[in-house]
Design a binder for this molecule. Sequence first.
Ligand SMILES: Nc1ncnc2c1ncn2[C@@H]1O[C@H](COP(=O)(O)OP(=O)(O)O)[C@@H](O)[C@H]1O
Ligand SMILES: [Mg+2]
Length: 377
Amino acid sequence: MSSQRLGVLAIYLSKSRLEELSYFQRLSKEGKKMGVQVEVFSPTDVEADNSVRSLTYDASLGKWIRRRTSMPPVIYDRCRYKAAANYQMLKAFRNRHAKLIFLSRPLANKWSMHQILSENEGIRPFLPVTVRFSSVQELLKFIKKHTLVYVKPKNGTGGRGILRIEQLGPDLFLLQGRNQQRTIIAPFRASEKQLSIKLHTLKLSPDYVVQQGIQLTLKDGRVHDYRLLIQKNGRGEWEVTGCAGRIGPHRSITSNLHGGGSAVSQDKLLAYRFASPEKTETIKKEMNNFAYKLADFLETKFGKLCELGMDIAVDPKGNVWLLEVNPKPSREVFRKIGEIATYQKAVSRPLEYAVWMLRQNTRKAELPSSDDSNETD
Ligand SMILES: Nc1ncnc2c1ncn2[C@@H]1O[C@H](COP(=O)(O)OP(=O)(O)O)[C@@H](O)[C@H]1O
Ligand SMILES: [Mg+2]
């Protein structure tokens, strides 16, 4: 019998299909072992009386069952806000149910995040130089200064709408990228003048960030990076769950798995690039230390968080760079590389943390003059 309940917030992809159901199914199975019932719903499933039409997974029937329940006390928000309407809907849900325990908080867009992270001296050296797009002229200056540049929509995800511009010679540039649908656009080799004309047609705006590019091209021409997952454990402490390498498909400037990238083990990818085992050990330690530093700092800025996925680049010298932080990371990368124990941990940790949070709140409620109004965004 499950005595505890975890509400999982998700978004409908179509009229009746919720996102990430296969992950939620695994979460439900793990939850059952721990005495936690997982209840999946979207803000649109909440009725006026605050009852919820939620889905629970029935393992014996092998299907999701919809039931009307009361609002679960803890919420694991897995909505990936792609549309502004979803964002508004989630914000309204959070405001309306501010007394619930939220395992995590929304973070900031790529530009605001860069500004926030730059405040921290320990984090700043890991950030590629990043500015907001202002004009084609300024972008050209930036390219000539850094040789390799990435241009990314500040609210983009999954490698959509990203450009890579490289200076190949005194008057030779290469523009590559993906459009908003994530389709790879034809590579464009051009002089500065031709590039300038092309850039003007792309309708870039201050909603794009311009970032120093890190050289991540492998010998076979494909790009790579790493995805590190850090999560809270059952004692409410941060712990690095795992890290995996990702290699983009041929002709791609991004490594995202949803853009056709493939997953490889971190050790294999590091060993492929760096011959010395001491060097790869140092890099791994640096990645991990950085992850703890970043997670701690983000909590001071945003409030309590549950897990973070970090896109990390390692340049040819072995320097570690942060490309992006994801507040709602996927964990499929570990299953894909066959690190099943890591995958298992990645699924069970949010449940363990939810149980810990519930226990903390029960204790707090039992204290004589407790104040539970500190859970604001
Ligand atoms: N500054 C950069 N240097 C090199 N590669 C980059 C850089 N920024 C992004 N990339 C590549 O593009 C991918 C997607 O970029 P990211 O900032 O993570 O945006 P998204 O939110 O679309 O995932 C990264 O995983 C990496 O492969
Ligand atoms: Mg990313």
